[in-house]
Design a protein around this ligand. Structure first.
Ligand code: SF4
Ligand code: SF4
Length: 250
């Protein structure tokens, strides 16, 4: 995934709250985050939702209370995730559905999604709202959060976990942040410069757990530093150092 990609932030946050879950992934640019610990399966478009439904059914049959999380992108949700979700709701499934909404089809060249008021030919079209669809499906838990907001995201994820346990049903979180690999996304992204301080232990946890390519290990100093050529100054990596060595430059 690109430096500063909000999907990476969402993955990092999901991992903090649902560390014990089984994760059904899907097809899109976020599949590139397969090493971030929240993708156990990838099969075909829409399979995150149908797999989550199937896993939940299997765990129910074996009397196991296992958390299940389906993770799908916005365009894949429109493509085939929606039909699987309807089936899962109809059959009383219980899992968290995360929809990563970057408002573009990033993997294939940033085509427009169905949420856009303009299609890829520049024609005016009727935008389809993901949240309206979810609300109309009578899902009792729907939250929309910017994954760049770490604290809020963690709070919403914890709430979803409680909701799923209490209600034994599906919860939906839409993680919404424009793709930073689009002109509009980059232009609107916050600019917060960070640096790695001299107390860096060189443990590489930030690199292993967060995997931003702009975090690089200096073999001479045995410490991590920021690659200024590729870093987009998003400050999302500050949460990845448990020792607080990645700091905002003031
Ligand atoms: S910045 Fe933090 S997590 Fe990364 S290597 Fe240094 S001490 Fe470890
Ligand atoms: S600020 Fe951190 S997370 Fe953002 S692009 Fe730079 S190194 Fe990556």
């Amino acid at each position: 995934m690109c430096p500063g990609c909000a999907h990476r932030s969402a993955f990092f946050e999901i991992k903090q709250v649902y560390s014990d879950a089984i994760f059904a992934g899907d097809i899109g640019c976020y599949t590139l985050g397969v090493n971030l610990g929240v993708t156990d399966t990838v099969f075909c478009m829409g399979a995150s939702v149908s797999f989550a439904f199937g896993f939940n059914k299997a765990f129910k049959l074996s009397d196991k209370n296992q958390h299940v999380v389906a993770i799908i992108g916005d365009s894949t949700f429109f493509h085939t995730g929606l039909s699987a979700l309807i089936d899962a709701i109809h059959n009383n499934a219980k899992f968290l559905l995360v929809i990563l909404d970057n408002s573009t089809v990033a993997m294939t060249g940033n085509q427009k999604t169905l949420s856009s008021p303009v299609n890829s030919l520049g024609e005016a079209v009727k935008p389809i709202s993901i949240e309206k669809i979810v609300r109309n499906l009578d899902i009792g838990f729907l939250e929309i959060v910017d994954p760049y907001d770490f604290k809020k995201s963690i709070e919403v994820l914890k709430q979803s976990k409680d909701y799923i346990e209490k209600n034994s049903s599906i919860a939906v979180i839409i993680f919404r942040h424009l793709c930073v690999n689009t002109d509009e996304g980059l232009k609107n992204n916050p600019i917060i410069k960070v640096f790695v301080d001299n107390d860096c232990k060189g443990c590489k946890l930030c690199i292993d757990e967060f995997e931003c390519q702009s975090l690089i290990f200096n073999e001479d100093t045995k410490q991590v530093e920021i690659d200024r050529k590729t870093c987009i100054d998003c400050a999302q990596c500050i949460y990845s150092c448990p020792f607080g060595s990645i700091k905002v430059l003031k």
